[in-house]
Write a protein that binds this ligand. Structure first.
Ligand code: NAD
Length: 292
């Protein structure tokens, strides 16, 4: 297929490279980053979109996505599909879908999980909102860039699935870390803690697959000095998106709100920026009940 790819950063560059590897013709554009090997560089977003059957965007946030969409939509041919893989707010995703529909284009919001490693290995999971027709058009591209694509319903539902998943992840990571710190203070060995919890009702992805305690459980960023992985500031971004969505939908999410506040403090006032989101464990280790 002829693909336009806008946003060739940490995620976009390896995703575009995997499309080239799968035999697609990719024209890319980024305001700053260079195009990876095999990707033809365009001079503008509209230039990358012209003549493309699918235009993929992988951008920092909803405001930039809307700006880029306004630029590329007039350059796209009727029937082409605008496929946004960024993580953005649900409202922006739905606005862009309406803009695309108004111009006779298909569109999908398809945020990913799997991080930079998954983007490079082509093992991402896509959570997809949009029409079944647009999903069918993009399916070969999901297969080239990832391992799984779940169609979650109409426009915006991919973003909804992503932020609900990551709200659970943020909350369970904090719970897992504070429980390890409590276990330490009670004299419970971390290996014993892992062996019990990972096979009991406290188990979760945070404990079983991404254990925040170094030297315990499967290899994770904790075994690599808490280098990301999934950076704490990206978790904060997703938790804030979940809270913005909860406000818009009048949903009561007290644990999500608390997780957002804790990650905000960790990233903005403490030493969390640039560290993996599981570095909440050393944070709790150094604290007591009266720590401010
Ligand atoms: P990044 O900052 O490395 O890449 C974004 C790219 O967009 C940059 O190269 C930037 O120059 C470019 N850009 C900004 N404005 C532009 C414009 N107007 N026109 C063209 N290009 C523009 O970020 P990333 O880590 O690649 O993340 C991209 C998206 O994927 C984000 O929404 C992020 O939340 C999401 N995401 C990231 C990860 C991760 O682990 N990095 C995991 C899942 C989802």
């Amino acid at each position: 297929m002829r693909i336009g790819f806008i946003g060739l950063g940490n995620m976009g560059a390896p995703m575009a490279a995997n499309l080239v590897k799968a035999g697609h013709a990719v024209t890319g554009y980024d305001v700053a980053a260079a195009a990876p090997e095999g990707v033809t560089r365009a001079d503008s977003a509209a230039g990358a979109a012209k003549g493309a059957e699918v235009v993929i965007t992988m951008l920092p946030n909803g405001a930039i996505l809307k700006q880029v969409a306004a630029e590329v939509i007039p350059a796209m041919e009727p029937g082409a599909v605008l496929l946004d893989c960024s993580t953005v707010d649900v409202a922006s995703a739905r606005e862009v879908a309406a803009m695309a529909a108004g111009a006779g284009l298909g569109s999908l919001d398809a945020p990913v999980s799997g991080g930079v490693g998954g983007a490079a290995a082509g093992t991402l999971t896509f959570m997809v909102g949009g029409t079944p027709e647009a999903f069918a058009t993009a399916k070969p591209l999901f297969d080239a860039m990832g391992r799984k694509a779940v169609h979650c319903g109409p426009a915006g539902n991919g973003q909804a699935a992503k932020i609900c998943n990551n709200m659970i992840l943020g909350v369970t990571m904090i719970a897992t870390c504070e429980a390890f710190a409590l276990a330490d203070k009670l004299g419970l060995d971390r290996q014993a803690m892992f062996d019990v919890v990972s096979t009991s009702s406290g188990q979760s992805w945070s404990m079983n697959t991404y254990c925040p305690a170094p030297g315990v459980g499967p290899t994770s960023p904790a075994d690599n000095g808490y280098r990301p992985g999934f950076a704490a500031e990206l978790m904060l971004k997703d938790l804030r998106l979940s809270q913005a969505a909860a406000e818009g939908a009048d949903a009561d999410t007290p644990m999500g709100a608390l997780a957002a506040a804790l990650y905000a403090r960790f990233v903005e006032e403490e030493d969390g920026r640039g560290r993996d989101f599981s570095a909440m464990l050393p944070r709790f280790e150094g604290r007591g009940r009266t720590s401010s």
